[in-house]
Design a protein around this ligand. Structure first.
Ligand code: GRF
Length: 207
């Protein structure tokens, strides 16, 4: 279907969030399609998921680039070649430089396995368990130059159960991630997200 938003997904690992986006975009009424998947490591299962879905995929290995700026410029070139209008980070384990973040400001989303601003950075589920919180969850946010600090688009909460391990909590959060990310992309594609200062206004949101 033409006229759909073209989304680029950057992933380093198993790619279950990528899969959720691929599954959503396989529905004709969904207003976005995955135009390109980029991985930064060779054996990323995300690349196989892209191949299975018949979506173009590229491996952009940092080893081939002199510095971060050169890598980021190559990434932007690839995304622009494919006509990408929204970039989704989905377990992309590489920090993107300020020039990339500025170039894609307002068109760059990330998903994080905590209720931000709590527990940014690595091992969010372990941080949640160590703090003894009773509730955690998932956040989709626009990316700014900080680590997991950008304007929040959507969040979903899950309980932390007694006896939870990092794995059991991560699995419970992941269920929500797979629902939240396609929903956030849909809102973006429908032009319903507006960044106002540090906050995101969701048009038509009656809460
Ligand atoms: C997810 O937990 C996501 O929130 C975080 O990295 C993980 C990626 O998982 N940013 P997957 O590769 O999508 O399965």
């Amino acid at each position: 279907m033409s006229g759909r938003l073209r989304v680029g997904v950057l992933a380093s690992g198993r790619g279950t969030n990528l899969q959720a986006l691929l599954d959503a975009s396989s529905r004709p009424e969904y207003p976005a399609e995955i135009a390109l998947v980029v991985a930064d490591r060779e054996r990323a299962p995300a690349l196989e998921r892209a191949a299975s879905a018949g979506v173009p995929a590229a491996l952009l290995d940092p080893k081939g680039f002199g510095d971060r700026a050169a890598y980021d410029a190559a990434l932007t070139a690839l995304l622009e070649q494919r006509g990408v209008g929204l970039v989704c980070l989905a377990g992309f384990m590489r920090i993107l430089g300020p020039a990339f973040v500025r170039a894609w400001w307002g068109r760059l989303l990330n998903i994080h396995p905590s209720l931000l601003p709590a527990f940014p950075g690595l091992n969010a589920q372990r941080q949640a368990l160590e703090h003894g919180v009773r509730v955690s969850g998932a956040t989709v946010h626009f990316v700014d130059e900080g680590v997991d600090t950008g304007p929040i688009v959507l969040q979903a909460a899950v309980p932390v159960e007694p006896g939870d391990t990092e794995e059991s909590l991560a699995a419970r959060i992941l269920v929500e991630e797979h629902r939240l990310y396609p929903e956030a992309v849909r809102l973006f594609a429908e032009g319903r997200l507006e960044i106002v200062g540090r906050r995101v206004l969701v048009k038509g949101d009656r809460r």
